[in-house]
Design a binder for this molecule. Structure first.
Ligand code: HEC
Ligand code: HEC
Length: 815
């Protein structure tokens, strides 16, 4: 959990006081040299030193409190709260200590953790910046706010994560800094053997040598970043020798005193990314763009692997014949529960997320390359420098609100993954920011707010963005509270807004006629789930969620466009080409945010460009994706009572007496739907569509939510179903044991197999032709994520995020 766990001796030596003259204000000087006063020292010795070490620099049982990146810049309140309440990670509560003892400890810890940004240094920040990017040549190795090179740690946050003395040490004696426990590198929760920036010379199997940064290293693997910006993710047998070079790649500073003063002032001012578009960045190349649309078979560069939305892979190693030998290859632990992420893999690097955090891993070994943890802006956190976010689309908890230090405060795994384009890795945050990171360092290139200033509503962004051309398209979450939904596209290089499509029209627009009543401005229709793209039609297909309020339609009479619809949008302009609304004037929370699969398949004797969706409302739909024409709509669940069918006009034929009432009316499917956002798949050779279906009913109350229906004679079930897309008939099904509600795993199709997480917590593979069970791994997980597959150096893996916080990767035995 904390850096000291690697057992290295702390090496934070006080650096000479020669630069004290550069500091302004007594507080800053005191903070810099902070030691405990006699009361704090005594109280600490008696109560804390047994775990945290005699001088607070860490012991066997607890982390350092003075050279620890997670305590940097925290205020007295934070320390007071941790001391009083303790933490779930093993810090006992000291609520019984006298108040003045807690005050003394908090004051000292606050001072000892004062950052360079706190110190108010003399010096010309602009001149320091000029030196950094110019004569000082710092930007040949470092990036700051999207400018510079990724040949060293990103320095955008150095002012708020390092003390003045640490920065001075880095300039004067880089080698010592490289070995100090608060050095950059692996600022994460996984085991990191050293700072992540030590230079090594590696002798490869063929006798040649490569030199670069050992970003991480294990007994049998080495993650090397060479100076040309390439990863060399080496496994046992790839190399014969590793030699660490002495010192640091960074040359010690040799400028004048005024240059040093200004440089220090500039570095101290760096307190994180600025929100807003980035000017002057290079556009993505046509080749980078093509790699997203037609990726290498080994890669999984977008949420569903392919922009078509079809979670089907053509890899051929894990098949009906070989799957019995499939075994766990590695696991990686993230400090989040309820992981919803689909891992993304490009060129042997895997990206995984939790809310406000992204980690890059060596996809073959599962070893961490870097982790980025967002420091949530004060306005969003309700407190300064909250590390990480809260649940769902709620704003993250303020630091000191009883949440603990470091990673436990992160919150949830409610984040579904990244999108990748060339060097850029994109993800969305719980407060609806879209952020681009650099693939080598995890440094922020740009950070933009997705919601225009002044627009009311609790917007979130747990969905994975989709790269289309040179745009990053991202939807927003929400809609279970009042807001106005939209889909937005941003330029990949800058974060600049390209277009925005509002899923709820403005008053006066033609579609506004489908909203009679008062709530139009906050009518919902969120765009939660990653959409699909077809280079053939040139259209982007994205779905919209339920209208708000979900079960009370009195202030929104009419169809409520474009809620519960699939939208076909021209991504070059953001213009709507056609739409199809699955559930007009919805009263059951039947959002349409289930995957849309774009397949070219024979349909009634004709090869057609189809769009497939199993909708939350219980019907399986086939549309012509060129025109939006409805070709087929048929129930894929038996428990469906709200409609008798879908008429020739494409509209549901409503059943009588099923509208939510004050007392509650029993309707099937229930509120979580006949299916939900979990992934679906279509195997083009077997020509079946696969979906996790839920047979369940519930009571809907007008404007007052839902309550479950419970009948022991007819319990709810989850059933894995294979559907013939030409008839809508079920070809085979696998009913699952156990409670369906806990399971949000979708399916993956590869090698004639369907992988899925099932209700009792196991990860299973069945024959895609018959549903026969072929393999299972008892992971005991309440799945919240869907599986994916990739290959590295000829070895295929199947991976899934487990709700307990692990990424699990499976493969056949290695050679
Ligand atoms: C029994 C061992 C133990 C004792 C005694 C103890 N701590 Fe801790 N402390 C821990 C552990 C373990 C953690 C890490 C907790 C976690 O990660 O959840 C911790 C964490 C902390 C943190 C948060 C660090 C961070 O990274 O944000 C602070 C502050 C802290 N302790 C202060 C104190 C003080 C002050 C005392 C004495 C009054 C004290 N501790 C006594 C074990 C101890
Ligand atoms: C040849 C590449 C290179 C150049 C040039 C370089 N650095 Fe570094 N710097 C690094 C590396 C690598 C590290 C990581 C520590 C290590 O392992 O040496 C680092 C570490 C740092 C750190 C500490 C980072 C932290 O998170 O603690 C600071 C501050 C820093 N450099 C500032 C500068 C400044 C200012 C300049 C220009 C005067 C500069 N660097 C020039 C490669 C470089």
């Amino acid at each position: 959990m904390y850096r000291i766990s690697n057992g290295r001796a702390p090496a934070l030596t006080a650096v000479g006081i020669t630069f004290a003259a550069l500091l302004v204000g007594v507080t800053a000087v005191r903070a810099w040299q902070a030691g405990p006063d006699s009361l704090a020292r005594e109280v600490f010795q008696r109560n804390c030193s047994g775990c945290h070490g005699a001088d607070g620099r860490g012991g066997e049982r607890a982390p350092s409190l003075v050279s620890n990146r997670t305590t940097r810049g925290r205020d007295e309140m934070y320390f007071r709260n941790v001391i009083r309440t303790g933490t779930p990670g093993g810090m006992p509560s000291f609520a019984a200590l006298p108040a003045e003892h807690i005050e003394a400890l908090s004051t000292w810890l606050r001072a000892a953790n004062a950052t360079a940004a706190d110190a108010h240094l003399f010096g010309d920040v602009a001149a320091g910046e000029q030196f950094f990017f110019g004569q000082g040549q710092c930007a040949t190795c470092h990036m700051v706010r999207g400018r510079g090179q990724p040949n060293g740690p990103d320095l955008s946050e150095i002012g708020s994560t390092a003390t003045v003395s640490e920065i001075q040490q880095a300039l004067s004696d880089p080698a010592a800094r490289a070995n100090s426990i608060s050095a950059p590198g692996c600022p994460g929760w996984a085991f990191c053997p050293d700072s992540g920036w030590n230079v090594v010379r590696v002798v490869l199997r063929d006798g040649s040598t490569v030199r670069g940064y050992a970003r991480n290293r294990g007994e049998r693997d080495l993650q090397l970043q060479t100076f040309d910006g390439q990863w060399h993710l080496l496994a046992q047998g790839d190399y014969t020798k590793v030699e660490r070079e002495a010192g640091s790649a960074m040359p010690a500073f040799h400028g004048s005193d005024p240059e040093r003063r200004d440089l220090l002032a500039f570095l101290a001012s760096l307190d994180g990314a600025r929100v807003g578009a980035l000017a002057g960045a290079a556009q993505p190349s046509p080749k980078e763009i093509a790699n997203v649309i037609t990726p290498r078979a080994e890669d999984w560069p977008t949420y569903n692997g392919r922009v078509s939305g079809n979670r089907h892979s053509d890899l051929t190693q894990i098949t009906v014949q070989t799957v019995s030998r499939l075994q766990l290859a590695w696991t990686y632990v993230l400090p989040f529960t309820g992981l919803q992420v689909t891992p993304i893999v490009v060129g042997g690097v895997m990206y995984v997320t939790g809310s406000n955090a992204v980690c890059a891993l060596d996809a073959r070994a599962g070893r961490q390359l870097w982790c980025y943890t967002r420091t949530v802006p004060a306005a969003d956190a309700g407190g300064r420098g909250a590390r990480g976010g809260g649940a769902g689309n709620q704003p993250p908890p303020a630091v000191g609100g009883g949440g603990i230090a470091g990673f436990a405060a992160f919150g949830t795994g409610n984040q579904r993954g990244v999108a990748v384009l060339g060097d850029r890795v994109f993800f969305t945050t719980p407060d609806a920011h879209l952020i681009a990171l650099h693939r080598l360092t995890g440094g922020v290139l740009w950070d933009v707010a997705m919601v225009p200033a002044g627009v009311p509503g609790q917007y979130g962004g747990p969905g994975a963005p989709l790269v289309v051309g040179d745009l990053v398209v991202a939807g927003i979450a929400g809609g279970d509270s009042p807001l106005r939904g939209f889909l937005a596209a941003f330029r990949a290089q800058s974060g600049e807004l390209a277009w925005r499509f509002w899923t709820v029209p403005a008053r006066g627009e033609p579609a506004a006629a489908t909203w009679k009543g008062s709530i139009l401005e906050t009518g919902g229709a969120a765009t939660w789930l990653t959409g699909s793209f077809d280079a053939g039609t040139g259209l982007l297909y994205w779905t919209a969620g339920n209208p708000y309020p979900p079960t009370d339609g009195r202030e929104r009479e009419g169809d409520n466009l474009y809620s519960n619809s699939v939208l076909a949008i021209d991504p070059r302009t953001g213009q709507l080409k056609w739409h199809y609304q699955f559930s007009p004037h919805d009263l059951y929370d039947f959002d349409a945010t289930e995957p849309v699969l774009l397949v070219d398949a024979p349909f009634r004797g004709q090869l057609r460009k189809l769009l497939l969706q199993a909708n939350r409302n219980g019907f399986f739909y086939v549309l012509d994706r060129v025109t939006g024409e409805l070709l087929l709509a048929k129930p894929f669940v038996k428990k469906l009572t709200w409609a008798k069918g879908i008429g020739p006009d494409g509209r549901p034929q409503l059943a009588p007496d099923t509208a939510p009432s004050a007392g509650g009316v029993l309707v099937c499917p229930q509120v979580r739907g006949a299916t939900n956002w979990y992934s679906t798949a279509y195997d083009p050779t077997i020509r079946l569509f696969y979906v996790q279906a839920v047979e369940d009913c519930g009571y809907y109350r007008q404007g007052r939510g839902y309550f479950p229906y419970s009948n022991p004679a007819d319990p709810p079930t989850k059933v894995l179903r294979a559907i013939d897309i030409e008839t809508g008939n079920v070809a085979w099904e696998v009913p699952q044991v156990g409670i369906p509600e806990a399971n949000y795993s979708g399916v993956l199709s590869t090698g004639g197999l369907i992988f899925h997480g099932e209700n009792t917590g196991s990860f299973d593979a069945v024959d895609a032709r018959t549903g026969r069970s072929l393999w299972g791994f008892n992971a005991n997980q309440a799945w919240k994520a869907s599986p994916m597959t990739y290959a590295v150096e000829g070895r295929q893996f199947v991976a899934i995020a487990a709700s307990g916080g692990n990424i699990l990767a499976f493969a056949l035995p290695d050679r």
